[in-house]
Write a protein that binds this ligand. Structure first.
Ligand SMILES: [Zn+2]
Length: 97
């Protein structure tokens, strides 16, 4: 058997293994029987996929999510505001000299 043959066989074996591993994975997903869903972002209880806000029926969770969302929005505004100020001060500095 030539070296080329050996390499070819090894490659085919690896491809076969990869294929079987992939099919195993998809089979596992199908067999779990759990419909697509998402989780409450606070307590990780399963909730419907389209639920907005992503929190369960618990009042504490929706309050907590609202608080988190507000903080996230504030952070996003800051992320734009700080560079804007930096550029503004830079422009003022350049204009003054
Ligand atoms: Zn929850």
């Amino acid at each position: 058997m030539s070296r080329k043959d050996t390499i070819l066989r090894a490659a085919q074996r690896t491809a076969k293994e990869a294929r079987s591993a992939a099919s195993r994975k998809t089979r596992m997903k199908e067999e779990s029987g759990i419909p697509p869903h998402r989780h409450c972002s606070i307590c990780w209880k399963p909730i419907p996929l389209a639920r907005m806000p992503p929190a369960c029926n618990n009042q504490e969770c929706s309050d907590s999510w609202a608080k988190k969302d507000k903080a996230r929005k504030r952070l996003t505004i800051m992320m734009y505001l700080f560079p804007a100020f930096a550029i503004l001060f830079l422009v003022i500095n350049i204009l003054q000299t």
